[in-house]
Design a protein. Structure first.
Length: 212
């Protein structure tokens, strides 16, 4: 059948009806189900923070317990560590993955995280957010460059809102972080719990560090 016109009707059950008309006027309606993207939560845990549901990485160190241990203790604000945000972000990320409970502020402040990272930069925010989604759904926290009081700052991304429907749906405001400055949870959604953090461009590019 040669088609010369199409009519689309998407209904509430995520199907599409296509009306096909051939060159002599015969019509036929074809119904197709649409595939919905489903978040793979096998390596994630669901928590509630700021009265919002979040999926967080199911690491060897439980994210909620870990945050309670490092908040104000293994963080920049626990001493004079004003320029060591990346060192602390590395440390938080690695120790979530390893589950090592022997936490040391000396190691956290001296670039001794216990694992190695791969640096990635891109000018496209959507590309970076897609990679963040990939890492998190694979059960891995990662380091993200955000704004700081004097330029750039680095934090650990540990989860995203449960309202996210897939890789192409995640936004900056969906992210849940552990801030290297305070060691505390923070939301990058300024409407619910302002952390003051947002994705930051340096030399025209966003930046993440993924554990190798």
């Amino acid at each position: 059948m040669s088609s010369s016109s199409y009519q689309y009707n998407i209904n509430e059950v995520n199907s599409v009806k296509i009306k096909v008309k051939d060159i002599i006027g015969n019509e036929e309606t074809i119904s197709c189900n649409l595939e919905k993207e489903i978040v793979n939560t096998s390596k994630l845990l669901k928590i509630t923070k700021y009265n919002i549901g979040y999926y967080v990485v199911n690491t060897k160190a439980n994210v909620v317990t870990f945050e309670s241990k490092v908040k104000g203790k293994i963080s920049q604000n626990a001493g004079s560590y004003g320029d060591l945000c990346l060192s602390f972000a590395y440390y938080h990320t690695c120790h979530l993955i390893s589950g090592d409970t022997n936490l040391s502020i000396y190691n956290a402040s001296h670039y001794k995280p216990g694992c190695s990272f791969k640096d990635y930069k891109d000018s496209n925010k959507t590309t970076i957010l897609g990679l963040i989604y990939d890492e998190l759904t694979n059960g891995k926290p990662l380091v993200l460059m955000v704004n700081g009081s004097h330029g750039r700052h680095f934090i650990t991304v540990v989860g995203f809102k449960t309202s996210v429907t897939g890789r192409n749906d995640i936004e900056e405001s969906d992210l849940l972080i552990i801030d290297s400055y305070s060691g505390a949870f923070g939301s990058m959604d300024k409407t619910i719990a302002p952390s003051g953090r947002y994705m930051y461009k340096q030399d025209g590019k966003y930046r993440i560090f993924r554990v190798k």
